[in-house]
Ligand binder design. Sequence first.
Ligand SMILES: [Zn+2]
Length: 405
Amino acid sequence: MPDPFERGRASCGVGFVAQLSGVPSHECVRRGVECLVNMDHRGAEGADEKTGDGAGIMLQLPDRLLRTVWDDLPALGSYGVAMCFLPADPVRRGALEGVVEEACAGRGLRSLGWRDVPVEPACLGHVARDCMPVIRRLAVAADRFDGDAEALEVARIASATGRLGAGLPAGRPFRAPHHTISAAGLIGGGTPPRPGEVTLAHRGVLFLDELCEFRRDVLEALRAPLESGEVAIARAGGRRRLPCRFMLIAASNPCPCGRGEDDPDCTCPGASVQRYQGKLSGALADRIDLLAAVAQPAAAAIGGAPGESSAAVRDRVCAARERQEARLGPGRCNAEMTPTEARECEVDPAAAALLADLYARRRLSGRAHDRALRLARTVADLEGAARIGEAQMAQAVQLRRRDRV
Ligand SMILES: [Zn+2]
């Protein structure tokens, strides 16, 4: 194979030098200059001597350099910088900058402002100087969800699966697959391999309506991803790991007819009710934080006074999430606490005794024990309490009782 630099010498064109290790290095610039010098610049013919031939090097700018002109840049990897050639006329320039900023906002990107790029026109001939644009840089940051990093993760998945469309997703993903879905459709895989619903729901909600209508093997396949927050998909040349940190919400009828065994009109045979409810295995139920039975509301309750508004509940939830982030770090919540973090939560002695008693009497698994702790911490966060008290622990335990479903 001929040396690429030898070939570069023979034709005017484009050279590309990249550091595949991902480690920034000045070596790229040195090789870029070498590439440029070895090229024959046919475009230069007829240009005035000082203007040159328009050939040059475009390179990535170091994060450290950009921070000397923008003091409010977010973390490396969560912002972008564009270089724009703009008209010299300030009115037209201002209008164009507005168009660019609007287009960025449409993709969920927040403008961090414009900066002039330093230029040295004195070294140019009149041909270049006469048509020289005003060169400015615009920095943008992703501006959706809790943090920039989360929005970028969601956008990356949407882009990889061809669903990015005209802009960034407008919010967290919400996926509600039908109960006839296959394990490959839910978890990912198949031929050719595709990401499953769990990955498409990353950082958002996976809603399984009619949970007990799903195939049992499909539901069981959820266990590992729920625990680890990622799935491995087999593909040619190895396995690929995909993220899947989602909130699972599921709803189910108590029996196939939907009325429930206590309703005199329910004619479901006992065995079929058991088979139906058995679709949610103990092992999967163990990985679900809240289990709540919803009784049919009385007629008076339906026509009665409205309950607390969703806006008020939202404010309380947001305040609780802020407390969790302040304790655990940006973008993290109680459900993501490691067993060590869960066991380090401050607990009143009475609350600790209640949990220890239940652990022994109901023979809770270690996982169920830690989930009860995380949930009690969330109940305390919703109430703005610094420590987990006995009442909060009791409520958390009640919210996890399968026999109430
Ligand atoms: Zn029934």
